[in-house]
Every structure is written in structure tokens, then in C-alpha cells.
Write a protein that binds this ligand. Sequence first.
Ligand SMILES: [Zn+2]
Ligand SMILES: [Zn+2]
Length: 315
Amino acid sequence: MENTSMLAERLPWEQPWWRPARGQRATFSYLIAIHILSLIGLILFPIPSGSVFIVALSLLLLGGLGTSVCYHRVLAHRTARLNPVVEQILIFFTVFNGSGSPIQWTANHRHHHAKADTIDDVSSPRFGGFWWAHLRWLYQWPQSDPKRWSPDLMIHRYLVWSALQPVVVGGAVVLGLIIFGWEGFFWVGPIRLMYALHMQCFVNSLLHLSPNAPEHTDSSRNIWWLGPLQLTAWGENWHRNHHRNPNTARFGWTRWQVDVGWYFLMFLEKLRLVEGVKRPKPLRPERRSVRAAVRPERGRDLSSPREAREGARVG
Ligand SMILES: [Zn+2]
Ligand SMILES: [Zn+2]
């Protein structure tokens, strides 16, 4: 079902925040549960032991790479082709981080780029405000239709993750309990999942929060201080760069714009585990302005449904 024309009609952000859309009760319940459990965990175990913290942090780091490199740069924008084994490993850790299935994430994200800064951009703060863009759109409006936005991913190796997602997320919640007991349950489960959730949600909310930008002008922002908090998704914070040129795998465009996902891709390239990495035009000489130096490549923007349908041939 396509919902874009219905957003302006229904203005779902005017609903009370606690009323999920039809079919979104499970998502709403999950969000409520991890927040309540995180709060309980932080009260009972405010400081985790070293081993619990290292496991939680390692899972966050792997999930961050999965989201930024695999889901965002490789699957949604087709700016590189990953070795299939590496791709499957990264998908596992991304689902394990509570970031959703690759098909649905890609559909939502391509839809966002295609409708950015219009009323049909469901995850924009422009009309619904910060909390709508941050969390509420996840459960108060149907997700984007994969048949329209990510048909190139409707093949077995991605479809299987849509089916496995509930089991993997269930495993993510109880893993810490099995290994470490209750302290592990709270830190490896809900607290880690809540942290990963909010760091990813900032991309839609904070990184598009430009209250004075007129409609149809680019609201995306680069926010340097968000980068370190995003851990291995550091690079997603250069969101304005990304909206200017979604057809390059590199989000940080100067040597000072740290982009961990890009460094990871360069590392994989050395190991021959990724190919076809789309680079911005040469950044030198450095005296030139970044805008002039990094011209959009003549690549295909998969945010258009027609290009998305043809995306399988790109990758
Ligand atoms: Zn993108
Ligand atoms: Zn955006």
C-alpha cells in the first residue's frame, strides 16, 4: 500500500503519541518495553562490569558498521558491492542491534531520500516536530512499501532476514541473561538496544532539524559532536554531505570529517572483500572549496522507484 499522498490528508503527528497505527502495535510495544527495561536496568545496575560492558560495546560497534556500511551505503544506495559472506555477517549484527530487516530499512530510507523536505517525507521533523521524526513515525504510520522501494532486495538472501528478525531480536534481548545473568540481561539487551535505537533515530530527527529552512529546501545538517556518540556509525553525522551526493560511499569529505564507515570500506577493499566503491570526485587540491571539489557523480539515485527496480543490476 502506498501512503505518501495520505500524509498531508491525515496529519498523523496530530494524533496522541501513545496511539500506534494499525499493524504497528508490535513495534510500539517493543519501543515501550526496551525503554522501561533500560530504566530499570540503569537503576539496578548503573555501572556494568568490564566483561558485560565489552560484550555490549562490541555488539554496538558491529551493529553500527552493519547499519552505516551494509544497510545504508551498500544496500540502500548501492555505492559498493560487499563480499556476500561479509554482507550476511553485517546484516546479522544489524538485525541483532534492533535496526530492522535489510529490505524494510532500505525501503524506508530510499523513500526518505525521494521525498526529503516535502510533506510526504514521513520521517521528517519539518511538519511533525522532533519526536515525530525521532520515534513516532516508526509506529504511528505504516512502513514504506518494499515492493515499490526495494524490489531489488526481494531475493532469498535478504527475504530470509525478514522472517528471522523476531528470533534474532529475541536472542538479542536474552543473550546477556544467558551469559552473565541479570546485569548482562539489562546491559547487553535493552540498554544496548535503546542506545543503538536513539543514535540511529538522530539521523532523522536532529540531522534534519532546521526549523528556519523554507519548505523544499535541504534541511539536512552536518553535526560534528554527534559522530563520536554514534561509535562505528560515525560518518552518518555528515548527513548534509550525504544528501548533497548520495551516490558516493564516502560521507566525510575532508580529512577532519571522521568517517569510520569509509575507513572500514577502505580496509575491506584492501582485503578484496568489497568492490565497485563509488568515490567522490578527487578532493585535491585542498584549497578548493569542498562543494566545488566534491561534485555529484553521474551515478544513479536509487531513491527513484524506477531506479530501485533496476537496482539489482547495479549490484
Ligand atoms: Zn541515504
Ligand atoms: Zn536524510
